[in-house]
Design a protein around this ligand. Sequence first.
Ligand SMILES: C[S@@+](CC[C@H](N)C(=O)[O-])C[C@H]1O[C@@H](n2cnc3c(N)ncnc32)[C@H](O)[C@@H]1O
Length: 188
Amino acid sequence: MENPAGVRGYVVTAVDVAGRPGRSNIAIDLGCGSDVVPLYLIGRGWRVLAIDKDPTVVAHLRARAEKQRSGRLSAVCADFQEIPLPRASLIHAGYALQYAHPASFADLWRRISAALYPDGVFAGHFFGQKDQFAKYDQFSAFKSEALQILFADWRIEHWHEFHGPGHRDPSRLWHFFTVVAKLPGNPT
Ligand SMILES: C[S@@+](CC[C@H](N)C(=O)[O-])C[C@H]1O[C@@H](n2cnc3c(N)ncnc32)[C@H](O)[C@@H]1O
């Protein structure tokens, strides 16, 4: 499918992999940061719960939701490490999960996995250990092997590791993984 302006390719892949929103057409965007992914998901037929702890982001999203009058966007100002997650078929977390404290990451990941229905899709990023911020204790960063263990029971649909300078700011050294993965379905 064509990559709409501003929507990263892995998000398009995730929505394609998730298929047509059916009985549960709920998607969650953790640390959404902007309206780009929530509006794209709505355009693809999803109901979206967008969560961000930044009140400016949430106010902007609420204004967009009101303008659209679609009733398919809920924007909540909250810490994704604390807010209960409803059941969903698609969870996106773009450049956000590194902000989960390492001590609480396992609990967050358990809640993300438990919120997804069978056949549910996760899409997002994880910091690698060579990222320049990985040395700070408050960020969650992973070795490739540890991430593979995290996704041991999932079907990997997209896996990309980037280690290098940023495009906008070449002095910023990035190391991150982009992952799209699907939970197993119910046995038939
Ligand atoms: C780097 S931005 C990424 C934005 C967007 N998801 C993307 O892919 O471009 C990270 C976002 O996560 C939000 N965020 C960070 N920690 C959070 C937390 N614990 N709970 C909710 N939102 C959080 C920030 O406010 C920010 O909007």
